[in-house]
Design a protein around this ligand. Structure first.
Ligand SMILES: Nc1ncnc2c1ncn2[C@@H]1O[C@H](COP(=O)(O)OP(=O)(O)O)[C@@H](O)[C@H]1O
Ligand SMILES: [Mg+2]
Length: 464
């Protein structure tokens, strides 16, 4: 029985409760020694108590003693029992030494996640002794699988109920693992940590050919199919890495086959507008309001034309642009909110209507939009558009109000982003909650314009 109990103790995939203060097994050593001594005495008495086994064998007029067999048996029992109990002892020692349990217990101690009360004891000589005792400890459970560590903090209605939802960062640093996602319920706060650290990838490994379709890779662990997650939202303050991220994406969109047909909107005439100097992009970069509306209108018209040409009868049922080998069309709209604020209402409405049409109808025809903006604001980007963005990222340090606006949730604990290009990402069908990530790394000396020019030229020669 004790062995099956131990097995349970060692089974990794079950919820285990954190004990605080941690149970110490120091006295177990003495127990083991006492057990061995008692066992030895018992077996000695037993061996003496057994009457000597002597047989007289008349034929040979001799007696044979079988006492040595008994003694051997007793020595064997003695040896095996000691061996087994030492094993039990070490298993018990090992099972209480889980580093997760140790670190979580340590966290309970340092953050004082327990309540103490004074008790008064009256001794024999009528002295009053005040003694501090722990009366309540936060209830933490954990579970370990091959890839993840789950930590559940119970919300029992005591003072830890509130605390439970705020422990993300502390848990992350206590366990030294990356918080993948959280799951807040009325009864508990669950934190899911990823054991294998996600890796920042290099710009050049962003496009992945996976059985016939092309995947866009964002990090070592995160990738998605463009045809399934067409529209994106990228939010982040100045210097958070938006431009590097989108330029990296542009380079990789140009590596898709067929090569993506890109249209760039940059109302602030910043980094992206420089693409107008690249052959092939001359008419595809817009910086002024009228150009911006024209590009959006032309994109909507192209989409309508695709529907008319390719998706006009039942034979197209279930097909997408990929089945017709059509290039994906991507509108990249930088500084979206700045644009909405700088133009008059009529122009803003016209642009919004085009954007809305694209996000609602674009997927099947392969017409997509990526919106970049500095601050997430419900007024600048209406909910009906935001809801269609399957790919959402919030880059750089941001307050939780900002993140909540992007990801439409308010139960997540975000850590402070310090890394350039770091942030949170949520992709429909891939994540149920935003996760921390870093954009593909781009070397200081990387020359986007030259690289993009090269890729455009390659395409020309292929087309000829
Ligand atoms: N993926 C990245 N790889 C390397 N450096 C980056 C990356 N993202 C951002 N940076 C660094 O951060 C700086 C600001 O990034 P940038 O994309 O210009 O921010 P934003 O467009 O949001 O203002 C860049 O000049 C670069 O030094
Ligand atoms: Mg920028």
């Amino acid at each position: 029985m004790i062995f099956s109990m131990l097995k349970k103790f060692n089974n990794n995939s079950e919820w285990k409760e954190i004990k605080y203060p941690q149970r110490k097994f120091g006295s177990l050593k003495y127990l083991l020694s006492i057990f061995i001594i008692l066992l030895t005495i018992f077996l000695l008495i037993l061996s003496n108590a057994i009457p000597s086994l002597t047989f007289n064998i008349p034929v040979i007029h001799r007696s044979i003693s079988f006492n040595w067999v008994i003694n051997l048996l007793i020595v064997a029992i003695w040896g095996i029992t000691i061996y087994k109990s030492v094993l039990v002892y070490f298993n018990l020692l090992k099972s209480t030494k889980s580093w997760i349990a140790n670190n979580l217990a340590y966290m309970i101690g340092t953050l004082k996640l327990f309540d103490e009360e004074y008790f008064e004891n009256i001794t024999n000589d009528n002295k009053v002794i005040r003694e501090k005792r722990i009366i309540r400890v936060i209830r933490i459970y954990y579970k370990e699988t091959e890839k993840y560590v789950f930590v559940r903090i119970m919300r029992d209605g005591d003072r830890f109920t509130n605390e439970a939802t705020k422990l993300g960062e502390n848990l992350e640093s206590s366990l030294g693992m990356e918080l993948e996602s959280t799951n807040m319920t009325v009864n508990y706060a669950e934190y899911i940590f990823i054991k294998r650290k996600d890796e920042r990838i290099d710009l050049n490994s962003m496009v992945n050919k996976v059985n016939g379709s092309e995947e866009i890779k964002i990090t070592g662990n995160i990738s998605y199919e463009l045809s399934k997650v067409p529209h994106s939202l990228i939010v982040g303050g100045t210097g958070s890495g938006k431009s590097f991220f989108i330029l990296g994406k542009i380079v990789n969109y140009l590596k898709l086959s067929p090569q993506a047909d890109l249209r760039i909107i940059d109302p602030k005439k910043a980094d992206l507008s420089l693409l107008r100097f690249v052959t092939g992009f001359e008419n595809k970069v817009a910086t002024e309001a009228n150009q911006i509306c024209r590009i959006l209108r032309e994109t909507v018209e192209l989409m309508e034309r695709r529907y008319a040409d390719y998706f006009n009868d039942v034979s197209a049922f279930g097909k997408t642009y990929r089945d017709f080998n059509l290039p994906v069309v991507i509108v990249i709209f930088d500084e979206f909110s700045a644009f909405m604020h700088s133009v008059d209402k009529k122009v803003a409405k016209e642009a919004l209507d085009y954007v809305f049409t694209i996000v609602m109808k674009g997927r099947q025809a392969g017409v997509m939009i990526e919106i970049l903006m500095q601050r997430p604001s419900a007024d600048d980007l209406p909910t009906n558009i935001r809801a269609q963005m399957g790919f959402k990222t919030g880059l750089g340090a941001m307050d939780s109000i900002g993140y909540n606006m992007i990801f439409d949730t308010n139960s997540i604990e975000y850590k402070t982003v310090t890394e350039k290009g770091g942030g949170y990402i949520q992709i429909d069908g891939k994540h149920t909650a935003p996760v921390y990530f870093e954009t593909p790394y781009i070397d200081k000396d990387y020359d986007f314009i030259t690289e993009i020019e090269k890729l455009m030229k390659n395409q020309e020669t292929i087309e000829l």
